[in-house]
Write a protein that binds this ligand. Structure first.
Ligand code: GCV
Length: 834
């Protein structure tokens, strides 16, 4: 939500000229053709084997000269993360653009870590290697050792549920020789939309030799990163055969980046990580190396689509669709080697503002023609372009309402324009009245998306995806799951999450959101008693995975650590991994991120990272707005406490606290009726004070401060206790970090940027040198190039934790004081309230 004057697109000054010349294409490091290979040889323990030639460069690395601005942090792909693969004899077979990407990765890894790399022609038969990455071929030799055919195929996978996006259970163990067929909660490999290449892959291990086989090159890319994630574990343990595939074909990140710096919202709306990696003060960046590095990070988590500009499309940004297409094409080229397709947010008023028409009425033939021609131009320039994202009739953005049309009219007109190209229209359901009268208690913003969209179910074209925020309000720390997700069975519905921490601490507070997203994805509209891990078709993941997919607003900028708060990288990582597999355990994903990002870190560092992040979402909830009531933030920028900040505004976000009680009555019996928008049993669960979960009580009910929660505490005592406890938790986090920060500060290695070894990098020179992977600088070691990155990371986290503590104390004292003064009820424990 936004209290800034949100102007119409045309009113924003267009202060920019277009960007770099059209021919300023940066040759993609991974588009340079296949590696010619080398003869397979086992890595030597002393790491002395000559380095293999590189086929490409890790885009997170600086040019060899080391010139240029500070290198971006390697995030979860530091060199050490590739040690297990890089030490081995790796063979790659198959064609396809992304096979070249994998080959380049392997070439770099083996050159760095002392392994070897062979690029085989399609059709080559038996070969000897520790890791084979291959596109499936029909004529594989079933007897071949250490080849794809060496490991028997899993004959079947038993699905715990059925349906297009069935989550697989344990495979049929009898089909694997000497071992098990293991699956990890992944899904069956069928493409759920028919629009994507098959992204699945199959991994088998026999006697420590691993084969990754995929039908398409995209699957091979994902299979490669799967092995990287597993590290040494990929090559040890019993023989197995696994099949992996994403739960949904559409796994997308939206950027709210502006081309021109917006007078209120800046370069990136709700961005907390510096500038944009795409744009710089009115221009598309000439150097897109940062975009390439980003694409690589995303691909390693499974993200396959990115919308590159803000859904609030101002005048300068609107021109991405026309004048700037060559630059959009450059951005698409940076993403392409990583299997990621680019989308644009477009303004519904474009036929007027760009086309000079007098209307953007979706039923006007001239308007439809304008969009068709615009789409034709886009796809002519970018043949694999993904489609358009539209925020219409929302927070001042233009839309079909101006012409008496509805959202289906608007979306379908655009859908028709992009359909010949296989394009998609992501039409956002974030539609509400932001000019509400706060005196009017009958209007409920939470109802708005449902009231607008549910009646349109079945009317949207096949290539329209209605994109729904996870909650009915706006990315609060706690909201019920939006009922719209279940209300449109005949519509493709995507879930929208927010990785950028607009309402969850703005990347100043360490808040790991994986647990929140997991709760949302596993929420079952059929009722609370199901097996969450099974993700039935009635779960959020089950519904959106079928055809709409999962979308989130990115948290990345041109900051050295990508995300402002270095630990906010965990959110970007977990998002991609959950979009691939919504059944994944978010805590396990956190540990996965820690292990990859801080390879070889001492146990106390690992422990502290886990401690600080694991329940940080719940901690943030404890010291901010209580029991699901939401907001209480400073209007406009949304950072820090302001209990009444939105109470008398037109934005529809109220808590209705008075001297007796607090909360919004959204019951059917006496309130706005919102609770009745859920299918049973949830409608009844939320309607009743007896059954409404504590954490959502004030979202659904207005209760006295003395109301006793299921926890046994009164509402007022809960508010006091959680706010004191929340701050104490942050104090513990900060102290724990202080205890380990020095260990990181001494270390330029495991937190440093990924870079190929250079003279002087002795700690990295031999991958098999004892202790080299942990990168810890110690006696006799030469500090690697990039020293100081660990120190900078540690310092950044310390600085952020200090701010988090300051802010949490402010939240605690303002919220407690506010409710003490309203209610007059003292804290049972007599703690300080002002
Ligand atoms: C891009 C909230 C944010 C806005 C954002 C909007 C949206 O209201 O505060 O900055 O606009 O959501 O999702 O469109």
């Amino acid at each position: 939500m936004n209290s800034s004057p949100r102007s119409t697109p045309a009113s924003i000054p267009d202060d920019a000229s277009s960007g770099a010349p059209r021919d300023a294409r940066r040759p993609g490091a991974h588009a340079s053709g296949p590696h010619t290979g080398s003869s397979p040889a086992r890595p030597r323990k002393d790491g002395s084997r000559p380095a293999e030639p590189h086929a490409g460069r890790n885009p997170a690395e600086p040019p060899a000269s080391g010139a240029g601005p500070a290198r971006p942090h390697a995030a979860w792909l530091p060199e050490a993360a590739f040690a297990a693969v890089g030490r081995r004899r790796v063979a790659i077979r198959g064609d396809g653009a992304l096979v070249g990407t994998v080959a380049a990765e392997v070439a770099t890894a083996t050159a760095t870590h002392g392994g070897s790399f062979t690029r085989l022609e399609s059709g080559s038969g038996v070969f000897d290697a520790d890791l084979v990455l291959t596109i499936a071929e029909d004529d594989a030799d079933p007897q071949a050792p250490s080849s794809l055919a060496a490991a028997p195929h899993a004959a079947s996978v038993d699905h715990t549920i059925s349906g297009d996006h069935a989550i697989s259970g344990r495979g049929n163990a009898s089909t694997a020789r000497n071992g098990v067929v293991a699956t990890d909660g992944v899904v069956d490999g069928r493409d759920t939309t028919g629009e994507e290449d098959d992204e699945s892959f199959r991994v088998s291990r026999e006697d420590g030799a691993v084969v990754v086989e995929a039908a398409c090159d995209r699957g091979l890319l994902y299979g490669f990163f799967h092995v990287v994630r597993l590290g040494e574990a990929a090559f040890s343990g019993p023989d197995l055969v696994e099949r992996h595939a994403p739960a949904t074909a559409l796994r997308m990140l939206d950027h709210w980046d502006n081309v021109a710096v917006h007078e209120v919202m800046g370069q990136v709306e709700r961005g907390y990580s510096g500038g944009s990696i795409f744009y710089d003060h009115g221009r598309v960046r000439t150097d897109l190396s940062r975009v390439e590095a980003y694409a690589r990070l995303l691909a390693s988590t499974g993200v396959n689509r990115v919308a590159i500009n803000n859904v609030n499309v101002h005048a300068r940004e609107a021109r991405l669709l026309t004048d700037d297409l060559p630059h959009v094409a450059r951005i698409a080229a940076a993403f392409r080697p990583w299997g990621i397709r680019v989308h644009l947010s477009v303004s519904f008023a474009s036929p007027i503002t760009l086309g000079g028409l007098g209307t953007s009425d979706p039923l006007d033939p001239a308007v439809a023609r304008w969009w068709r021609e615009a789409a034709d131009r886009v796809w002519a320039e970018i043949p694999d372009f993904g489609g358009f994202v539209v925020k219409a009739d929302s927070e001042g953005q233009p839309g079909p309402f101006a012409y008496g049309r509805d959202h289906a009219d608007g979306a379908n007109m655009l859908a028709e324009a992009v359909a010949p190209h296989g394009g998609l229209v992501h039409w956002r359901a974030f539609v509400y009245d932001h000019r509400q009268d706060w005196r009017d208690r009958s209007t409920d913003r939470a109802r708005a998306a449902h009231d607008h969209f549910a009646p349109l179910d079945g009317r949207f074209a096949e290539n329209v995806i209605v994109q729904v925020k996870y909650g009915p309000m706006d990315f609060q720390v706690r909201e019920p799951v939006s009922p719209v997700i279940a209300a449109m069975p005949d519509t493709r519905v995507a879930l929208e999450l927010q990785v950028t921490q607009e309402y969850t601490g703005q990347q100043k507070h360490a808040v790991y959101l994986g647990r929140q997203w997991s709760e949302v994805l596993t929420f079952d509209f059929a009722g609370p008693d199901g097996d969450r891990a099974a993700l039935p078709p009635t779960s959020v993941a089950g519904i959106v995975a079928r055809s709409g997919g999962i979308v989130a607003v990115s948290n990345v900028g041109d900051d050295e650590f990508w995300t402002g708060h270095p630990l906010a990288q965990a959110n970007l990582y977990a998002y991609g991994r959950l979009a691939w597999n919504p059944a994944a355990d978010p805590t396990a994903l956190l540990d996965e991120w820690i292990a990859l990002t801080f390879p070889g870190a001492p146990a106390d560092v690992v422990h502290t990272l886990h401690e600080v992040l694991d329940e940080s979402w719940e901690t943030y909830e404890r010291y901010t707005s209580p029991l699901g009531v939401g907001f209480m933030v400073r209007p406009g920028h949304h950072y820090g406490p302001d209990v009444d900040g939105y109470e008398y505004t037109p934005w529809g976000t109220y808590h209705f606290a008075d001297r007796d009680g607090i909360g919004v009555d959204r019951t059917v019996a006496t309130g706005t009726g919102y609770a009745g928008l859920y299918p049973q049993p949830w409608a009844s669960v939320y309607e009743s004070l007896e059954t409404c979960p504590d954490e959502l009580l004030l979202f659904f009910h207005h209760v006295p401060y003395t109301h006793v929660l299921h926890s046994g505490k009164t509402v007022i005592q809960h508010i006091y206790d959680t706010h004191f406890d929340g701050v104490e938790r942050v104090e513990r986090f900060a102290a724990a970090w202080d205890g380990v920060a020095a260990a990181l500060s001494d270390d330029g290695g495991h937190t440093g940027p990924g870079h190929a070894p250079r003279p002087g990098d002795t700690a990295h020179a031999g991958a098999d040198t004892a202790g080299a992977d942990d990168g810890r600088a110690g006696p006799g070691r030469t500090t690697p190039a990039g020293a100081g990155s660990g120190a900078r990371l540690a310092a950044r986290v310390s600085e952020r934790l200090a701010e988090q503590l300051r802010s949490a104390i402010e939240w605690r004292d303002q919220v407690n004081t506010y409710f003490y003064r309203k209610s007059g009820i003292p804290d049972e424990q007599g703690r300080t309230i002002f």
